[in-house]
Design a protein around this ligand. Structure first.
Ligand code: 3H9
Length: 694
């Protein structure tokens, strides 16, 4: 049963009981309507309390039902809320923990609302690319005023219940036993005669509603980017202000039904579930015991090590930071402090908090100081020989059961594990730069990594607010292995006729935060050069464009040398197209006897994105990633893939794998086509009319 019904001395209590968050799926909705009918039919019942069991009042509509017949099957949420609002016996919503989306809309249909402090109150629909579709855009402005409501609706941000105590939303915010308070409140209002208040009957008071709505529109235009939902939120609120509750409600419904079908909403829902799915590992049960992590060691105080250390300090975990030379250690510690000071300057961190965090940091030059660490993350030079020295030493000093993690971005974690006598305790923790900012953490599972080590690292990732995705061992893991194919295509296109600015412009228009050439100039072109040199030896059969090597031979390593694919002026990060580079590209094509042709923006986007998709498919085939949504999470959180497209694999589904396959076969038949080896799973899924996500 998704809903419990009990009576307590003249009060009927309807309790949503649909774990984990009392989502308002069909059976819950039907249960509420049944409960209301039972209460109306029982003459002993004078009032009704509506509440939620477990860890929420309600997290809102059941998102998994969207775009299925259940979503629109009666009783819909609109019907349920009407039944609550029209109940002749007063309904009191007793809110604790979470009242979000449809959950809050349901509570707004009640005649009275009481809440426990600390409950998260929100209309977060906009974060799923939709708008509140069960009266939220109409009732919330009537409950708490136009400005506060529009803020909540357009941002989707939660507000703690106690902050809304005097807002008109709650009749009472009660400390102590909510259930008892709700019963007492219900008895009091049950004894009243006459009609009970409805939020829909309240007026929206505002001295200049039209002006404020225009202001909101201008603000939203700047932040909504490719997402249509924020604009629709304003339209629906405005319709209610101008034309009254019923007309507002009708427009809200129309917008909801349209938005829920959009690719943007699908992408955001995919990201919502993808983030949660990423933390689950098929053969590591949710109840796997985790190891205690009270102290962390970080080896290497460079940019990466320092950023990694900050993650733990931010979460209140003491860090011992190890370097080989005092000067490097001092520099690392000073950089951490400088980063925090910059955050203090922006007003985002209190000076006391800075000192608290720095007090948790223990710099050292001695491995012996790592003996009590429960987790040690290595962030030293990316070379197997260097890693070997570190891990052999760690094996000597680390206590039994300590987790030994490598931040390697390309090296074989199994080889690293073999440097120790405890490969089961070794795992990859691949942070992305800047490590204190970037959300992504690739957790690299070695052949022998113990399940409880994985469970512990996944739990830790949540604590330090990272999106953790598990990757198997391969060169580049999920993210960098795919990006290599993307960059390969970008370089081929220069040879064939495009210029860096055109490639960047096309892919940025598609929605990437930064195109491959601006990105490479930022990261340093010498990094890719070093990787390619290794590739030429390890994979002589692989065909790479040598055009980027030519750039590096010119000493153009990017922003740090004042020039790369673009020219840069001192103190200015703007990328200016470079005449010398364009000439070099032209000359390169001539030498290679390639007749330069005009490459369309569409081709640029297809070749870049489908290169990701094709490699992603191979990564899935090999079991390096266990689900397509994991790959999407890597790209959304670590590589600037446009959120409104949901990641490369969902995007491929949206385009249709049939079309992806045809495009790849077409490119494979052209010059430089040997870089395209169609992943068999694309052809198979396309033939079955399926996608990566079902
Ligand atoms: C809506 O209401 C539309 C209406 O306006 C109109 C309708 C006509 N549905 O986050 P957690 C699952 S739209 C289905 O890890 P926490 C979640 O996937 C809805 N499932 O827990 C996960 O499953 P699993 C508006 C949901 O304690 C599990 O619950 N509401 C829903 O850190 C635990 O989730 C929202 O957008 C749902 N609505 O945080 C609220 N919500 O265990 C979205 C959660 O299998 N939800 N699940 O991985 C949240 O923000 C957080 O989940 C919440 C709990 C704060 C509630």
């Amino acid at each position: 049963m998704a809903v419990d019904y009990t009576t307590h001395d003249g009060v009927a209590v309807i309790t949503l009981n649909n774990p984990p968050v009392n989502g308002l799926g069909l059976s819950t909705r039907a249960g509420i309507v049944d409960g209301l009918e039972r209460a109306q039919n029982d003459p002993a019942v004078k009032a009704i309390v509506l509440t939620g069991a477990g860890k929420a009042f309600s997290g809102g509509a059941d998102i998994t039902e969207f775009n299925t017949p259940k979503a629109t099957q009666e009783p819909t949420l609109g019907t349920v809320i009407r039944a609550v609002e029209n109940s002749p016996k007063p309904v009191v919503a007793a809110i604790h923990s979470v009242a979000m989306g449809g959950g809050l809309e349901l509570a707004l249909g009640a005649h009275y609302r009481i809440a426990a402090p600390g409950a998260q109150i929100a209309l977060p629909e906009v974060k799923l690319g939709i708008l509140p579709g069960a009266g939220g855009t109409q009732r919330l402005p009537r409950a708490i005023g136009l400005e506060a409501a529009l803020n909540m609706i357009v941002s989707g941000a939660p507000v703690p219940s106690e902050q809304l105590a005097d807002s008109g939303l709650f009749d009472e915010v009660v400390e102590g036993d909510l259930a008892e308070a709700a019963l007492a409140f219900a008895r009091k209002v049950g004894a009243k005669t006459g009609a009970h208040p409805k939020v829909r009957d309240r007026k929206i008071e505002h001295p200049n509603a039209a002006g404020f709505i225009q202001f909101a529109r201008n603000t939203v235009a700047g932040i909504a980017k490719q997402f249509p939902a924020p604009h629709k939120c304003i339209d629906a609120v405005e319709a209610g202000v101008k034309n009254g509750f019923d007309k507002g409600l009708a427009l809200e419904r129309e917008c909801f039904l349209a938005l829920v079908q959009t690719p943007e909403s699908r992408a955001l829902r995919h990201a919502f579930f993808g983030e949660r799915a990423a933390s689950k590992i098929a053969d590591v049960p949710a109840d796997t015991p985790v190891r205690e992590l009270k102290q962390v060691g970080v080896i290497g105080a460079g940019t990466m090590g320092g950023g990694i250390a900050m993650n733990f300090l931010n979460a209140g975990i003491p860090v011992t930071l190890l370097e080989t030379k005092q000067e490097a250690l001092d520099r690392g510690v000073a950089t951490i402090r400088k980063n925090y000071e910059a955050t203090v300057k922006k007003g985002k961190l209190k000076p006391e908090a800075l000192e608290q965090r720095m007090a948790l940091l223990k710099p050292t030059l001695s491995y012996d100081d790592l003996k009590d660490a429960d987790l040690i993350v290595e962030a030293v030079f990316e070379e197997l020989g260097v890693k070997e020295q570190v891990f052999r030493r760690l094996d000597e000093v680390a206590k039994p059961g300590a987790i030994l993690a490598s931040n390697t971005s390309t090296l074989d974690v199994d080889k690293i594990a073999a440097f120790t006598r405890r490969p089961q305790d070794v795992v990859g923790m691949h942070f992305f730069s800047p490590a204190n900012v970037m959300k992504l953490l690739e957790v690299v599972r070695g052949k022998e990594t113990a399940k409880d080590v994985l469970a512990t690292v996944m739990k830790l990732a949540k604590k330090i607010k990272k999106t953790a995705v598990v990757s198997g061992v391969c060169d580049g893991f999920i993210g960098n292995r795919m990006i290599e194919q993307y960059v390969r295509q970008a370089l081929f296109m220069l040879e064939e006729g495009a210029l860096p600015a055109q490639v960047d412009r096309a892919i940025e228009k598609f929605g990437f935060a930064m195109g491959p050439f601006r990105m490479s100039d930022l990261a340093g072109n010498d990094i890719g050069w070093a990787i390619r040199k290794r590739r030429y030896i390890e994979h002589p059969e692989m065909h790479y464009s040598k055009i980027a090597d030519r750039l590096c031979e010119m000493g153009r390593f990017g922003q740090k040398t004042g020039g790369g694919w673009y020219d840069y002026k001192a103190g200015d990060r703007t990328a200016y197209p470079s005449k010398v580079v364009d000439e070099m590209i032209d000359a390169f094509s001539k030498e290679a006897n390639t007749e330069r042709r005009k490459i369309s923006d569409e081709e640029i986007v297809e070749r870049l994105v489908f290169a990701l998709v094709n490699e992603g498919a191979k990564i899935l085939e090999e079991g390096i990633a266990s689900k397509a949504s994991d790959i999407d999470m890597v790209y959304l959180t670590g590589y600037g893939f446009p959120l409104h497209r949901g990641g490369p694999m969902l995007y491929a589904d949206t385009v249709g794998l049939y079309n992806v396959e045809r495009a790849i076969r077409r490119y494979a038949a052209r010059p430089n086509g040997d870089a395209w080896k169609l992943a068999p799973s694309i052809a198979k899924l396309a033939a079955e009319g399926r996608g990566f996500n079902g």
